[in-house]
Design a binder for this molecule. Structure first.
Ligand SMILES: NC(=O)c1ccc[n+]([C@@H]2O[C@H](COP(=O)([O-])OP(=O)(O)OC[C@H]3O[C@@H](n4cnc5c(N)ncnc54)[C@H](O)[C@@H]3O)[C@@H](O)[C@H]2O)c1
Length: 259
């Protein structure tokens, strides 16, 4: 878990998984450029070590991402790690009610945003010729149906394939590219689910579909990301790593009904 001397970009770092990972990377010794489209990113500065920086970046805008990479080169002196994590959940409607705009809005952030980050960070890493590690946040919803809304799930499947293609294209460069696939994690994105369950006195039911019988916390994903960025991940490449308490391990079942 030692990232001493590493320079990392984290997107979507104002909240949830990104915030926890930026803090965990800084605690592991990395200098971090923590980015988010929300101005709330500025508040994270105090939780990061000296040498880390925050910036307002919309990953769906290529010029923002280009500026983000230039900023990392200027302020951190380079980039060893990219955690392309920013994402939105988007429309939750049934297929017949979804519009082109619903799909474009989700894909603009989750797919194009991840692509822009990969493109510009990879160019930087290739120019420097010292390898690097890239992790994108996909989801169990990208692995099979039933884990999220339709455009969101399709966007996360695209992220998994983007990562696998990038890892193969970058053969021999020393750049590893992986995705992580969280299950249900308590963050800003899922807060409405937790708030509704708490209001109904049913919060203990959350997470009962996975064999760990609970939802995850952002720190549990952050620790995996930090490990993958360090020596523990040195031979992990082109993979979609699930961190979901076992949710994706089974077909849906009703506990106690079958055995
Ligand atoms: N929470 C879960 O259960 C869960 C499960 C699977 C995957 N994920 C994925 O984890 C990632 C992080 O989400 P989270 O759960 O921490 O949610 P979150 O809402 O707490 O954090 C997401 C952050 O991304 C930022 N963001 C959104 N659009 C952006 C843009 N265009 N440019 C820059 N930043 C942007 C938001 O401002 C926010 O701070 C997302 O990619 C999400 O799809 C979450």
């Amino acid at each position: 878990m030692d990232l001493t001397g590493k320079r990392a970009i984290v997107t979507g770092a104002a909240s949830g998984i990104g915030r926890a990972t930026a803090v965990a990377m800084a605690q592991a010794g990395a200098n971090v450029l923590a980015c988010d489209q929300s101005a709330e990113i500025e508040a994270l500065g105090a939780a990061l070590a000296d040498g880390s920086v925050t910036a307002t970046v919309d990953v769906a805008r290529e010029r923002d991402v280009r500026r983000m990479v230039e900023l990392a080169a200027e302020r951190l002196g380079g980039i060893d790690i990219l955690f392309a994590n920013a994402g939105v959940v988007g429309a939750i409607d049934p297929v017949v009610d979804l519009t082109a705009e619903d799909w474009q809005q989700v894909f603009a952030v989750n797919v194009m945003g991840t692509f822009f980050c990969l493109k510009h960070v990879v160019q930087h890493m290739l120019d420097r010729d010292q390898g690097g590690t890239i992790i994108a946040t996909a989801s169990v919803a990208g692995l099979r149906a039933g884990g999220g809304p339709m455009p969101y799930s399709a966007s996360k499947a695209a992220v998994i394939n983007l990562v696998r293609n990038a890892a193969c294209q970058l053969r021999g460069t020393g750049i590893r590219v992986n995705a992580i696939c969280p299950g249900l994690i308590e963050t800003g994105m899922t807060q409405p689910i937790f708030d509704a369950a708490r209001a109904a006195g049913k919060v203990d039911r959350i997470g009962q579909l996975n064999p760990t019988l609970r939802a995850g916390q952002p720190g549990e994903v952050a620790r995996l990301v930090v490990a993958l960025c360090g020596d523990a991940g040195s031979y992990v490449n082109g993979e979609a790593i699930v961190v979901d308490g076992g949710l994706a391990a089974s077909l849906p079942f009703i506990p106690g009904k079958m055995w």
